[in-house]
Write a protein that binds this ligand. Structure first.
Ligand code: UDX
Length: 484
């Protein structure tokens, strides 16, 4: 008899990566896979601490759902005091050397663990290429980003050869420069859409060279999966744009949505979640609340955050604001004097929450976001219009597609060229009004609800993402059979 399929899933130790990879792990466990979920010890400890659980309780919980599942953690080689996600260049560099530790932990003999069928790797984990090769198993590259961004990053060396990388300051400012040389029929992109780490000002930083290295290794894949859905990026040919040597390239997202629709709370947080906000949201009128959150890594200056606070105050809408303890250039924020008192009847500030649950709450009417891909997909899936305020990486592209391609939100003028440009309270206020009221809101809502319905359809039985994930499982089955 054949043993179960065994997927080793390796996640980059960052919030926006662990979440989708854990959700993918659950979807495959439901399809009968044995899962080994690997991340770094630092991340593993963060997740356990935030959930107030120990490893044994977590194992019991996941196995109690009938899943064949184990967690492994490897050291990242960085000193305990290192900021990790606040120094992503250094973190990325450290992760590039994790191959031997990963291979060694996977090679420990254990009769209760079936032979490995494949390694599903975060697209930002080049170290898995050598490990998959040494273990003789397929390397499945999972993109936690949209397809368009994945195509840009995978082709970074081509863009370099064409002179589009490093992205020059004057090109960032140019209104009409369009890049049309990329494969896969992606819509023409602007210099500001290119991975922000490739901007000229970053050339001497670790993140620039480390990202170029990751891009090279992203071209080593036996299978490609993307956390998106065909109805959203259907105009793009992922088979041409993302496949490596003709291997399958499939959209299987949003991976959190099947779990969410079946009532499972599959959110894996690095911070303890504030649960009081739901009672507060219950007391607000339908569609009236603006949710404000900038993901797990984005920071802003105190001056900017004060302008934002005053804009939120002036707009008059109730708001739920996630203010991480490191949001103000790495420190907690001292709010403008009297702000809390003046807004106390219609504002709630928390340090972290269950964002998916918030976005699905009937009271939420709009989302001011940093345009991380998970946040973007979550807002689309819940039918919430957005204001994008990108900070780094793929967020500039996500934000522009939200505004120009999918027409489900707006942004602040000029922040795509200079992420530190101060947005005034007046602009904050007027932009919030444009997503919360008037004819502009009606149009955005129409568009986003259409996409929401398409997302829900994609992940339910017979839908594109649902079927694509089945195809992946069947292909892995064939590989396992061919080895028996
Ligand atoms: C990063 C990048 O910024 C992002 O662009 C990339 O695509 C993935 O990695 P992050 O900055 O954290 O992630 O943003 P995002 O992708 O939006 O992921 C944040 C996750 O944290 C989301 O799943 C969101 O639901 C969750 N979250 C955020 C919470 O659960 N609670 C909060 O209070 C805020």
């Amino acid at each position: 008899m054949m043993s179960p399929l065994h997927a080793v899933i390796v996640a980059c130790p960052a919030q926006g990566h662990v979440n989708p990879l854990m959700n993918l792990a659950e979807l495959l466990a439901m399809r009968g896979f044995f899962i080994t979920f690997v991340t770094t010890e630092w991340m593993d400890q963060r997740l356990l601490k935030a959930a107030s659980k120990d490893a044994a309780a977590r194992d019991r919980e996941i196995q109690g759902r009938g899943f064949k599942f184990r967690f492994l953690a490897i050291p990242d080689g960085l000193p305990p005091e290192h900021g990790r996600t606040s120094e992503i260049g250094e973190l990325l560099l450290a992760l590039q050397s994790l191959g031997p530790a990963l291979e060694s932990v996977l090679s420990v003999a254990d009769e209760s663990v079936p032979p490995i069928t494949c390694i599903i790797t975060d697209s930002y984990l080049s170290c898995t290429a050598e490990v998959a090769k040494n273990l003789g198993v397929p390397r499945v590259v999972f993109w936690t980003t949209c397809t368009a961004y994945a195509i840009i990053l995978k082709n970074a060396h081509f863009l370099l050869s064409q002179g589009h990388i490093p992205v020059k300051e004057e090109d960032l400012k140019s209104k009409d420069k369009l890049i049309t040389c990329l494969p896969g029929k992606i819509p023409p992109i602007r210099p500001t859409d290119i991975v922000s780490f490739f901007r000229e000002k970053h050339v001497s930083e670790v993140i620039y060279s480390a990202s170029l290295y990751e891009s090279r290794i992203q071209n080593i894949a036996d299978y490609v999966l993307v956390n998106t859905f065909e109805e959203l990026e259907g105009g793009i040919d992922a088979q041409i744009g993302l496949s490596v040597n003709g291997c399958p390239s499939l959209a299987i997202g949003p991976v959190f949505l099947p779990n969410f629709l079946q009532g499972r709370n599959s959110v894996y947080s690095m911070w303890e979640e504030d649960k009081t906000c739901f009672q507060w949201l219950d007391g607000q009128a339908q569609g009236s609340v603006l949710y404000v959150s900038f993901g797990s890594m984005a920071i802003k200056s105190e001056k900017q955050l004060h302008e934002l606070a005053l804009g939120l105050e002036a707009c008059g809408y109730p708001f739920l604001w996630v203010l991480r303890s490191d949001i103000a250039d790495g420190k907690s924020l001292d709010l403008p004097e009297g702000f809390k008192d003046r807004t106390k009847d219609r504002a709630l500030i928390v340090s972290w929450t269950n964002q998916l649950k918030v976005l699905s709450h009937l009271s939420i009417g709009g989302f001011l976001t940093h345009s991380g891909w998970n946040s973007t997909l979550e807002a689309i899936s819940m039918g919430i219009p957005m204001i994008g305020w990108p900070y780094c990486g793929d967020q500039f592209l996500n934000c522009r597609f939200v505004k120009d391609v999918w027409n489900v939100g707006f942004d602040f003028k000029g922040v795509d060229v200079d992420e530190f440009k101060v947005v005034t309270q007046e602009i904050v206020e007027s932009t919030i009004r444009s997503i919360m009221e008037g004819s502009s809101r009606v149009k955005l809502r129409e568009n986003v609800v259409r996409l929401k319905e398409a997302a829900h359809k994609a992940v339910t039985e017979g839908g594109t993402s649902y079927s694509n994930l089945n195809t992946f499982a069947e292909d892995m089955q064939k590989i396992a059979k061919s080895r028996v």
